[in-house]
Design a protein around this ligand. Structure first.
Ligand code: GTP
Ligand code: MG
Length: 200
């Protein structure tokens, strides 16, 4: 899978307002500041397609990007930003939940985890909720450039053991870096395979 064209297709706060052209969607979620928008830019070879910021809580809307005129990448707001007022957090939660549970075109949700930290309760609760609702997901570790390969491998293995207490089987997992481009080929290949499997 090669991304040759990536175009911003619209922002929404409710599924009823998302772009009218119905195409398969691959969405990105995770804690605020985990690197969702940066990863989307990296996959699309673009610096400024999705807005990024070192301050958490940057993305507040559901943003659709039309890829190769045939599918969408979807940038979602992050969860778990403690410094945001409760009202704002509740609203973002409603935006995220509405999209994840009601977007019929969402094929797969990539849940991003910061590879520098242990997987948190907030992530485990979020994943449990996905399981209860039958939402297909895959995990991507972000910011892999921030530590060496051995530390990264140990961290991922540690998390796998934690996740296996909750899950019988684990979905595919990827390690990525928006800085170095690590993970790009693997993630795009996986999206390509998934698209092939649904169009057959
Ligand atoms: P919200 O929209 O606020 O939820 O954040 P987000 O998950 O979209 O994160 P964003 O892409 O805005 O990145 C947050 C910060 O992390 C920015 O300062 C990025 O430059 C930095 N960052 C993101 N990905 C990477 C990465 O792979 N490596 C490094 N070193 N920094 C990264
Ligand atoms: Mg963002």
């Amino acid at each position: 899978m090669n991304i040759t064209e990536a175009v911003f297709a619209g922002s929404s706060t409710r599924v009823s307002q998302k772009p009218k052209q119905r195409l398969p969607e691959f969405a990105f979620i995770g804690r605020s500041n985990v690197g969702k928008s940066s990863l989307i830019n990296m996959l699309c070879n673009s610096r400024r397609l999705a807005m990024t910021s070192s301050t958490p809580g940057k993305t507040k809307l559901v943003n659709h990007f039309l890829i190769n005129n045939s599918w969408y990448l979807v940038d979602l707001p992050g969860y778990g930003y403690a410094k945001m007022p409760q009202k704002g957090r509740d609203e973002l939660k409603a935006v995220i939940r509405d999209y994840i549970l009601n977007s019929e075109e969402m094929v797969l949700l990539f849940v991003l985890i910061d590879s520098r930290h242990d997987i948190g309760k907030i992530d485990l609760d979020f994943l449990a909720d996905l399981g209860e609702n039958g939402v297909p997901f895959s995990i991507i570790y972000t910011k892999a450039d921030k530590q060496g390969p051995n530390v990264l491998a140990r961290q991922i293995e540690k998390d796998r053991q934690i996740l296996l207490q909750q899950w019988e089987e684990l979905p595919p997992m990827f390690a990525s870096s928006a800085e170095t481009g690590k993970g790009k080929e693997e993630i795009l290949a996986y999206i390509g395979q998934t698209l092939d499997s649904i169009t057959k």
